[in-house]
Design a protein around this ligand. Sequence first.
Ligand SMILES: NC(=O)c1ccc[n+]([C@@H]2O[C@H](COP(=O)([O-])OP(=O)(O)OC[C@H]3O[C@@H](n4cnc5c(N)ncnc54)[C@H](OP(=O)(O)O)[C@@H]3O)[C@@H](O)[C@H]2O)c1
Length: 212
Amino acid sequence: MTTLAIVGAGEGLGAAVARRFGAEGFSVALLARRQDRLDKLVTDLKDVNSRGYAADVLNAEELAWALERAANDLGPIEVLQYSPLPQRQFLKPVLETTVEEAREAFEFSVAGPMTAVNQVLPGMRERGRGSILFVNGGSGARPNPKVGGTSIAFAGEGAYGQMLHETLGAEGVHVGQLIIPGAIEPDETAELAGKLWRMHCERGEFRVVHTR
Ligand SMILES: NC(=O)c1ccc[n+]([C@@H]2O[C@H](COP(=O)([O-])OP(=O)(O)OC[C@H]3O[C@@H](n4cnc5c(N)ncnc54)[C@H](OP(=O)(O)O)[C@@H]3O)[C@@H](O)[C@H]2O)c1
């Protein structure tokens, strides 16, 4: 069985992506901080073979361990999606963003992805296939002074992803980034999940921008 791991999975985009990949035969590992919410999500996703693993992306050990258990339980992780919903303190105007908040945003959006990638990439490279998909808001494409923390940190996440894209494409591992400007409306999650599915299948450019 082939597995999708969603790091930062909730009722919105996470659930829609789990349904989309689940319909294609993937098992789905759902990672987020709250086990009770993950358990509810697993129950809601009744047609998908899914399991929830509690982990905070700010805790590298916890994140790596959750991904290791997921692969042991469900099978090798062939698709990794990194999409935790940024915390409020990363969404403050640039002049109100403290150094500590910027540092934490870096941990959330750069160190977290690096930990997750380091955990799953050796297996992907061994098998010669896999996809790593980053999901970011509009400040991932263009810094927005209204959201200082994510603008600073998403720039690093995008640079990391772009470099991985250039380094790993020839080995069969696709790395992509979906940029979603503005708020996600509940009725567009299925469309966004379809985009992520196509990014995995078509292995095109690094960055895909969602337009409405
Ligand atoms: N929602 C929007 O309007 C919007 C707009 C543009 C882009 N995006 C992007 O879309 C993705 C999220 O989609 P969504 O909003 O529909 O979210 P979702 O899939 O409904 O849920 C994301 C989950 O991330 C988890 N999370 C937050 N902080 C975490 C942490 N420190 N460690 C582990 N998990 C964490 C939360 O669960 P716990 O609280 O249980 O940890 C949350 O349920 C993100 O990449 C975001 O940048 C969202």
